[in-house]
Design a protein around this ligand. Structure first.
Ligand code: NAD
Length: 456
């Protein structure tokens, strides 16, 4: 079975390299020639631990190739994974489906033999049925094309591991609703065939015990956005309570530890701080709201409005705390911002709270110096107006306040003694609650955190 991966961004490049590692012949397809050039040379155009080695290995072995030519892809592949972007549509909360529709049409039009399309992009519920019809309408006469929806759950920073050893797999198949609507009993048969194909592709994962959930298209599409909405809900829940602990002088970390000991709740995703960001959680949450609204179901997901609002409020609040620490105005003050990526082990700055806060501080007059171990270049492209520096010492030189916004290991392990000789004022805001307040206070620093007692 030969595989193509349509869209070679964070998800697609990881998926393509992992498929090659699993033994398949893989062709990655993208419309971005610069990205393709880098990938074909075995160079990863973004930061993802462990992926660079895998990419080089399989580009060198010849098992993994890249192209922008859909005709080549249509002739090559038996199974075509769709992993193009579905960003928030400008001026709307809805997902922009134009890239997915274009990829499906382009590949289907160029098929030279029967093929299966596998949707991995995150899409609004109801999309798969329409895409299946689109593919069938575009495919040449006599070529059979079918579609399975296989949402992706990988986490940036853990992409390789998550692809090779996922914690679950979901397959959405053309289900009964289709048969009833169209009187097509054949769908039962095609669903069985699709499931068998997917079981063959993922044999290694399934043999290793990864649970497989087989369901209809709609449930599969919803599993993905439901999972992300639930994670966002946990984060905004703890951040709401951190507003309270901060007001009354409690400690949000202790609170999270204590409620997290209840296994029904769990400790993960209960870290209070500057909130969530990235290319998935915020836009998936909003796309779910938009889709619910189209379906007349605004009430059902009304809570998501508050989840998003709490999250955005974190950024305003952080800017407010920095302003307060600087005595009421940031104008002309030296601010060191540690982190620009939306999370550590990633260079992704899409909707990053760190970069947004740095930009907001700059826009109200602060002299902002940003250092991120991996994301400076992406951040500078998105928001060029602040000063990006290449090291922690450069960022904090003469700083009047140090603001930790992405919890890279380098920042988690820095010590007050190491920073003290370089800064102008020993003041730090721990936007991720990863430092030990007592250690910093003992060393004479004014330590402040979000949702915790501090000395300022
Ligand atoms: P990305 O922006 O990094 O990559 C998308 C790629 O698709 C780009 O390289 C773009 O050039 C390419 N593209 C656009 N139109 C194309 C076309 N017609 N044909 C071929 N290529 C085309 O996005 P991403 O982060 O990889 O996300 C892709 C999808 O996967 C989204 O729906 C996202 O929600 C979902 N997802 C992402 C992650 C993640 O961690 N990044 C995890 C799970 C799901």
């Amino acid at each position: 079975m030969r595989i193509t991966v349509l869209g070679t961004g964070y998800l697609g490049a990881t998926h393509a390299a992992a498929m090659a590692e699993m033994g398949f012949e893989v062709l990655g397809v993208d419309v971005d020639e610069r990205k393709l050039e880098a990938l074909a040379a075995g160079e990863l155009p973004f930061h993802e631990p462990g992926l660079g080695g895998l990419l080089k290995k399989h580009v060198n072995s010849g098992r993994l190739r890249f192209t922008s030519d859909y005709a080549e892809a249509g002739a090559f592949g038996d199974v075509h994974f769709i992993s193009v972007g579905t960003p928030q549509r400008p001026g709307s909360y809805a997902a922009d489906m134009t890239y997915v529709e274009s990829a499906v049409t382009s590949i289907s039009r160029h098929l030279t033999h029967d093929a299966v399309l596998v949707g991995k992009s995150t899409v609004p519920v109801g999309s798969a049925r329409g895409l299946r019809a689109l593919a069938r309408a575009a495919a040449p006469e006599g070529v059979d094309v079918d579609l399975v929806w296989n949402p992706e759950f990988l986490r940036e920073g853990h992409g390789v591991q998550d692809t090779l050893r996922p914690d679950r797999m979901v397959l959405g198949l053309p289900g009964p609703a289709d048969r009833v609507r169209q009187g097509e009993d054949a769908d039962q048969e095609s669903a069985a065939r699709l499931e068998a194909t997917m079981r063959e592709i993922y044999a290694q994962q399934l043999d290793a015990g990864t649970p497989l959930v087989v369901t209809d298209y709609e449930t599969a599409e919803l599993v993905k956005v439901a999972a992300n909405s639930f994670l966002a809900t946990k984060i905004s829940f703890i951040n709401s309570l951190s507003e309270m602990t901060e007001a009354v002088g409690g400690d949000i970390r202790t609170l999270a530890d204590a409620i997290g000991m209840d296994e029904r709740i769990g400790r993960k995703f209960l870290d209070a701080g500057v909130g969530f960001g990235g290319g998935c959680l915020p836009k998936d949450l909003r796309a779910l709201r938009a889709r619910a609204s189209e379906l007349g179901l605004d009430q059902s997901v009304r809570f998501l409005v508050e989840i998003d609002d709490v999250n955005v409020r974190r950024r305003d609040h952080t800017v407010g705390v920095v302003t307060e620490m600087l005595g009421g105005s940031v104008m002309g003050r030296q601010v060191a911002v540690l982190g620009a990526a939306f999370k550590p082990e990633s260079d992704d700055v899409r909707d990053s709270p760190a970069l947004d806060i740095a930009a907001r501080l700059h826009s109200i007059g602060a002299d902002v110096h940003v250092y991120d171990p991996q994301a400076n270049a992406n951040a500078a492209r998105r928001y060029p107006r602040v000063d990006y520096v290449d090291s922690l010492p450069q960022a904090i030189a003469r700083a009047e306040v140090v603001v930790l916004l992405t919890e890279w290991e380098e920042f988690r392990t820095m010590t007050p003694q190491q920073l003290a000789p370089l800064v102008k004022h020993k003041q730090i805001l721990d936007g991720r609650n990863v430092l030990d307040p007592a250690e910093w206070e003992r060393a004479g620093w004014a330590y402040r955190a979000l949702g915790r007692k501090g000395s300022t």
